[in-house]
Ligand binder design. Structure first.
Ligand code: M6R
Length: 366
């Protein structure tokens, strides 16, 4: 069942190129510049007339939602808010029939997300679901939706669900952008052609596993780690930290890189590994100066950079290269080394990777 892999998590990490293709297959006609998403097409006016989009989710799906916020605002210019389902449902939120709610859930069974959907529906909002499990409660409870088609995810630590949710959110952002006239046909075509290269680029990245293992061996005994990223890669920093916490029980925090100086910088010393996403687009120079600040405080830097980078290589303790791509697509690549790193650290520490303590695959309690 694990197809020769030691754990479901590793198998699912390696399934990502295929899972992403399965998510966009038949939906993204790159050469024609067309996106087909019937759940959106059938309700296009609800989306185009929306005053805002509210994304509700928990855990990793909430991180995907944050990437979705950056994508939809950047491409389609519709205001987006991202809420933890548990907070949203209990804080008497302002919701009207002009709102579109997007609920994201791998399992489709998360109790807080389901309750948030019911509340939004009761207040007249249109609710769109992004689920992986076909026929799940959330898929049934929403007005319309789209499946990620990632295939079963067994490992408690979510991997391919995350990258396929981002893939689908990218399609939604592009679809709305093109319907609103925010993106031209040639731009759309070019972006989608770039997106079609992502699975191959992930395959290439999966080949650097030995290098990630070496880094894992150096930092496996750390007790605290910091993950930093900006823009589209800020949610990836949060997700990287969650992955490490969940399966290796090492305390980790994700932060927007520029927030470091507002507090977390006090933690930095020679025992603190800091994982930084410093890809070439997206405020590169700013992130480089964050890295310099960390180095001058003796922190250890493990940086994710774009192929061919020289500047960060000179100052970082370790670099992991990702292939070049459009800035908005980088989360699909930068996520991969963090998944592998958490996996290998957990294995080296003899933790139960697929079934970490205290966690369940779907959280059906409130
Ligand atoms: O099934 P869902 O996407 O609704 O689950 C949400 C979270 O419980 C889930 O993402 C959790 O954070 C994962 N264990 C993260 O790896």
């Amino acid at each position: 069942e694990k197809s020769g892999y030691d754990h479901f998590m590793l198998k699912e990490i390696h399934e990502q190129p295929k899972a992403i293709i399965d998510t966009y297959r038949g939906r993204m006609l790159a050469d024609e510049g067309i996106i087909r998403l019937s759940g959106i097409d059938d309700n296009i006016n609800r989306f185009l007339n929306a005053e805002r989009i509210i994304i509700v989710a928990c855990g990793t799906s909430w991180h995907a939602g944050l990437v979705g916020e950056y994508l939809i605002e950047d491409k389609a210019r519709i205001p987006v808010e991202v809420e933890y389902a548990s907070e949203f449902r209990y804080r008497n939120p302002i919701i009207t029939s002009k709102d579109v709610v997007i609920a994201i859930s791998q399992s489709g069974e998360t109790a807080d997300t389901l309750a948030a959907i019911k509340l939004a529906k009761a207040k007249g909002a249109f609710v769109f679901g992004i689920c992986n499990v076909v026929g799940s409660s959330i898929a049934r409870e929403t007005h319309a939706g789209a499946y990620t088609h990632a295939g079963p995810e067994i490992g408690v630590a979510s991997t391919k669900a995350f990258t396929t949710q981002i893939t689908l959110l990218t399609l939604i952002a592009l679809k709305l952008a093109s319907k609103k006239g925010e993106i031209s046909k040639p731009q759309l075509r070019e972006f989608m052609q770039e997106m079609q290269l992502i699975p191959k680029k992930i395959e290439a990245l999966l080949k650097i596993e030995d290098k990630v293992k070496e880094i894992a061996a150096v930092y496996k005994n750390a007790t605290n780690c910091l993950y930093l990223g900006r823009g589209f890669n800020f949610p990836v920093a949060l997700e990287g930290a969650l992955k490490l916490k969940e399966i290796s029980y090492i305390h980790a925090e994700g932060y927007p890189a520029a927030e470091m100086k507002h507090g977390p910088i006090a933690l930095i010393d020679e025992n603190m590994p800091i994982f930084v996403i410093a890809t070439s687009k997206g405020h590169y120079e700013k992130v480089v100066s964050n890295i310099q600040e960390i180095k001058s405080r003796a922190g250890k830097i493990i940086a994710i950079v774009t192929e061919g980078d020289t500047q960060v290589r000179e100052i970082a303790d370790h670099v992991i290269e990702i292939p070049e791509t459009a800035e908005a697509l980088t989360p699909l690549l930068t996520t991969i080394p963090f998944q592998l790193l958490s996996y290998h650290i957990a294995v080296m520490l003899n933790k139960n990777v697929d079934q970490p303590r205290n966690l369940a695959k779907s959280v059906t309690v409130e």
